[in-house]
Design a protein around this ligand. Structure first.
Ligand SMILES: [Zn+2]
Length: 214
């Protein structure tokens, strides 16, 4: 079995918690460090602890807040994960996926006189973003990160689901409300982590259940 060796101990610059850097971390950073003009630019080791790094990554992702704003392509009012005060260009999905724009026109050379973050931020503001991340849905406007769904409302991270409200991380569901992480189920309410549930209410970690409560 491979073991990891601690090569440095640091204190998080945000919460001051002590955390370690291992030889496997260094190996990974070396592997993913980019090269420009033949020169390897080594990625430095983290200054924040794993929890703070995770928090920073998640703060970048808006999965569950929806806003009304204008589509920057058509001018029409749309629903989006980007609030109207954001500087980004946001297109509704139809326009974002269309061939009416050439994505390559946003390409640009890296400017070594500026930081990566500065340039990434400028590019992120300039390149149109999709209003949200949904695919092949019917009558399911107020959701994000969903595909192949019909008649769903306020659901996030769902697939192949119909007539369902206020649920997250679900797959192949019909006629359900307020569920989290359930699959292949119907007519259930307030279930957390479940598979093959029928008429279940307030269940937790259940599988192959019918007419069950609490
Ligand atoms: Zn921290």
């Amino acid at each position: 079995m491979q073991t990891e060796t601690i090569v440095a101990t640091k204190n998080c610059t945000v919460c001051a918690t002590e955390f370690t850097i291992t030889d496997k971390d260094l190996e990974f950073y070396k592997k993913v460090s980019p090269s420009f003009n033949g020169e390897k630019i080594e990625i430095p080791t983290p200054t924040q602890c794993p929890k703070c790094r995770e928090r920073r990554r998640l703060s970048f992702r808006n999965e569950r807040k929806l806003y009304k704003r204008k589509c920057d392509f058509s001018g029409k009012e749309i629903i989006s994960i980007y609030s109207p005060d954001k500087p980004h260009k946001v297109y509704d999905q139809k326009n974002w996926r269309s061939d009416q724009r050439d994505a390559l026109e946003y390409g640009r050379d890296f400017d070594f006189s500026k930081t990566f973050s500065e340039q990434f931020n400028a590019l992120f503001i300039e390149v149109p973003q999709s209003a949200f991340l949904n695919l092949r849905n019917e009558n399911s406007e107020y959701n994000n990160f969903i595909s192949d769904c019909k008649n769903c409302y306020y659901c996030y991270d769902i697939i192949d689901t119909e007539d369902t409200l206020y649920s997250t991380r679900i797959k192949k569901i019909q006629d359900c409300v307020d569920n989290f992480d359930i699959v292949q189920s119907n007519n259930s309410y307030q279930c957390i982590v479940g598979d093959n549930l029928r008429k279940c209410y307030f269940t937790y970690h259940c599988q192959d259940c019918n007419d069950s409560q609490f």
